[in-house]
Design a protein around this ligand. Structure first.
Ligand code: DC
Length: 217
């Protein structure tokens, strides 16, 4: 079974997908983390890259998802890739066809070996697995998403102005939705789940119900 969870930055995809994976005994795959790992690697190397350079670099690069840990060339980069700079660059590198091609192949490869997969990202139900058994489009207003990010950072001791976070979210939405290749958008098959004002438990229960209905049908 393949459950695709697509949606914009900060909609709660990772939190929800992780809980669902545990409840349904599925493998959780965070494709955003893969784009972030690619971005981190390129930021570390620095400079400009041709398509050929990128191909060569990523032929020799190892990106592995182990549970919710992200391992880049044997190094645990799970925390480093959460940085706002990495997120912004990930959204940019995600526009490069050769990078998408390499990562999509990898995503399909991982899923092939699993009984049940919950894969979250932007293009899972549209491009990676157009035949996914369940397609969820998780969303929330930009204001709610910025508020959640603000609270999350505050709890870690970082005080970033809410307005700044809202601006960053809107900027990334625009970049992800308006790009030419695999833009973020729901298909007719996606079930829209608006998480604004809902608790994590409510959202998880709602999606579990959708999955059960699909399985029954
Ligand atoms: O989900 P995230 O915020 O960690 O993703 C980081 C960036 O990666 C996001 O801004 C767009 C890109 N991305 C993508 O293009 N396709 C995916 N399937 C997942 C992420």
């Amino acid at each position: 079974m393949i459950i695709a969870i697509d949606g914009p930055a900060g909609a709660g995809k990772s939190t929800i997908a992780k809980i669902l994976a545990e409840k349904l005994n599925c493998t959780y795959i965070n494709t955003g983390a893969m784009y972030r790992a690619v971005a981190l690697k390129l930021l570390k190397i620095g400079g400009k890259f041709s398509q050929e350079d990128l191909k060569e670099i990523f032929e020799k690069t190892d990106i592995n998802l182990v549970g919710d840990k992200v391992i880049l060339d044997d190094e645990d980069v799970s925390e480093e890739i959460k940085d706002e700079k990495v997120a912004k660059f990930a959204s940019k590198v995600a526009q490069v066809p050769i990078i998408r091609q390499i990562l999509i192949e990898k995503q399909r490869e991982i899923a092939k070996t699993q009984q049940c997969v919950i894969m979250e990202g932007r293009d899972i139900g549209t491009v990676v697995f157009p035949d996914a058994d369940v397609k969820i489009f998780l969303t929330a207003s930009p204001e709610e998403r910025a508020k959640r990010r603000y609270e999350e950072l505050k709890s870690k001791g970082f005080h970033i102005p809410y307005e700044h976070l809202l601006e960053k979210i809107k900027e990334r939405d625009k970049q992800d939705m308006e790009r030419k290749i695999a833009p973020l958008k729901p298909t007719d098959e996606h079930i829209l789940v608006d998480t604004t004002g809902k608790s994590i438990n409510e959202i998880v229960d709602l999606i579990l119900k959708i999955v059960k209905e699909k399985q029954g049908g």
